[in-house]
Design a binder for this molecule. Structure first.
Ligand code: ADP
Ligand code: MG
Length: 260
């Protein structure tokens, strides 16, 4: 199997007002091509820090990050990033929003535009391309944000609590939708979440981080052995509660009571 992302001995210290804060400490893992890997852990354990380092938005203190074997030093052109806020530009219509990333990079041309148009057609946004973000539902906005991210053909997609602002019912549907698109387009993904069920329903593997400073506590392989796997049919599978209980126990063994 081809490793798309490899993280070696990664640590990050922030300079606080009075002292240094060690956010993550000695993180090692990889993500294979086409895999969906989640990172879970308590609030403040360094999950967002980890993704910012991989995207090159923050400087690492120690360690190395490789994408397709190439060492990453600056802001990475190879990663797509999806956040809790969809960051759509309210004054641009949906088409211009989805083309924005390409435009900023100077990569907007007939071929790249056609690629985006094709995604918009395939994932049922095409009838809305002249509308503005405020006219769309939360779920549809996330789909648009995903297409904007996929437009730049990232080698890996990073998701940071991307669904946590949505209400429960919407979240279940949106994760199903997004998962289908990622699988159809053979996208490799690394998702950070504090939602155990969300992680189990979408992931091939789940990395559990300790309290801050975040270290890898364990890595679970999630294998439902169902054809045409979707987050929804995983949630309905008899093994779901088995995974849930193990992860719940694992996350409850932290000292203190600040478990999210
Ligand atoms: P999580 O996403 O798991 O909730 P974060 O990665 O956001 O955690 O933060 C990890 C730790 O690093 C927290 O204690 C946070 O306060 C600290 N931290 C994050 N960003 C900064 C920063 N820019 N400056 C100082 N400390 C930071
Ligand atoms: Mg966070």
């Amino acid at each position: 199997m081809e490793k798309i992302l490899e993280v070696r001995n990664l640590s990050k210290k922030y300079q606080g007002e009075n002292d240094e804060i060690l956010a993550i400490d000695g993180i090692n893992f990889y993500v294979e091509k086409g895999e969906f890997v989640s990172v879970i852990g308590p609030s403040g354990c360094g999950k967002s820090t980890l993704l910012s380092l991989i995207a090159g938005l923050e400087n690492k203190t120690i360690g190395e990050i490789y994408i397709e074997g190439e060492r990453q030093e600056n802001i990475s052109e190879n990663v797509g990033y999806m956040l809790q806020r969809d960051c759509l530009l309210e004054w641009k219509n949906i088409l211009d929003n989805t083309l924005f990333g390409l435009d900023v990079r100077g990569e907007l041309n007939a071929e790249t535009k056609e690629y985006v148009m094709n995604l918009l057609r395939k994932y049922e946004i095409i009838d809305f391309i002249n509308k503005y973000p405020s006219e769309l539902s939360g779920g549809m906005r996330q789909r648009v944000a995903l297409i904007r991210t996929l437009a730049i053909k990232p080698k890996i997609l990073l998701l940071d609590e991307a669904f946590s602002a949505l209400d429960y019912q919407t979240r279940i549907n949106v994760t199903n939708d997004i998962y289908r698109i990622l699988k159809n387009e053979s996208i490799t993904a690394l998702m950070v979440t504090h939602d155990i069920s969300e992680a189990i329903s979408m992931s091939d593997r789940i990395i559990v981080l300790s309290k801050r400073p975040g270290k890898i506590k364990s890595i679970y392989r999630i294998d439902f052995n169902i054809q045409n796997r979707t987050p929804l049919n995983c949630r309905e599978h008899p093994d779901f509660s088995k995974y849930f209980n193990s992860l719940w126990k694992e996350l409850s063994t932290y000292e203190g009571k600040d478990i999210e």
